[in-house]
Design a protein around this ligand. Structure first.
Ligand code: MN
Length: 263
């Protein structure tokens, strides 16, 4: 049996197609999987566990239905949905994972992260992250009415979009030093993360030997899914796992399976 990993779906009401693929994955292959891991940014925005704006109820239903079949679903918070909490867990049956978490996968200790903490060159973002992960900031924010939180989140997103446009590509990627330090600190030779939207399987060498960093892709373009079993990792697309390709208006390049690079 395989274990499935996805991240950066950024589900929202404006783009129904990723939601359809998510529902197909959860109603199909995920039921046969050993577990499903969602490593952050499942939602484009999640401004509290009372955030019932579309398509959130449908997403929660799909998760609850899958959990009810017995497939464990582990969810890590991303930078878009860091306010997921106990009520989300109770309503879906998913278990929230701290970032980072080490799990044993087919005998290999594996570090799971969303990935944003590895982008250490983006000082502006790291300052923002510290602010919004502060429990006092969070309780203050959550005490505001939903509509007010939605307006604030919208404003923050516009600000982030403008800041992102002015940043060099390299600043928004992980730094090699942070990857090596973090993996060595946790004593692992396998890391799986998302966030950067640059799907790949990178080989690297640590003091402990050969290692790999698997980066999940986003669902804006690629509906990326990692299938991991005792034979190793396959970075592929949901359409290929579900067995039916969705009808998409514009033809897209076929991004094969695992792209192996060295870094
Ligand atoms: Mn992210």
């Amino acid at each position: 049996m395989a274990t499935l990993f996805i991240s950066d779906l950024h589900l929202d009401a404006l783009r129904p197609e990723p939601l359809t693929r998510f529902q197909a994955l959860l109603a199909g292959p995920a039921r046969q999987a050993e577990a499903l891991y969602i490593l952050g940014d499942l939602f484009e925005t999640w401004i509290g566990d009372d955030d019932d704006r579309p398509p959130h109820p449908e997403v929660l239903t799909a998760l609850a239905d899958l959990c009810a079949t017995g497939t464990p679903v582990y969810v890590m918070r991303g930078n878009r949905d860091f306010l997921m909490g106990a009520r989300f867990e109770a309503e879906t049956g998913c278990r929230l994972l701290p970032d980072p978490t080490v799990v044993d996968l087919y005998g290999e200790p594996t570090l799971l992260m969303h990935g944003d903490t590895l982008c250490t060159q983006d000082l502006e973002y790291q300052t923002f992250r510290r602010q919004v992960r502060d429990p006092r900031w969070q309780s203050g924010f959550l005490a505001r009415p939903l509509t007010e939180r939605a307006a604030l989140a919208q404003k923050a997103r516009e600000g982030s979009r403008m800041a992102t446009q002015g940043k060099a590509e390299a600043i928004m990627d992980v730094t090699a030093e942070a990857v090596v330090e973090t993996m060595q600190a946790h004593g692992v030779r396998q890391l799986i993360h998302g966030h950067t939207h640059r799907p790949a399987i990178h080989r690297l060498v640590l003091q402990s030997g050969e290692a790999r960093r698997i980066v999940l892709g986003d669902w804006y373009q690629t509906d990326s899914v990692l299938v991991l079993d005792e034979r190793g990792p396959t970075l592929t697309r949901v359409a290929d796992v579900v067995g039916t390709r969705p009808t998409i208006a514009a033809p897209r390049a076929r991004p094969g399976s695992a792209q192996i690079t060295r870094s």
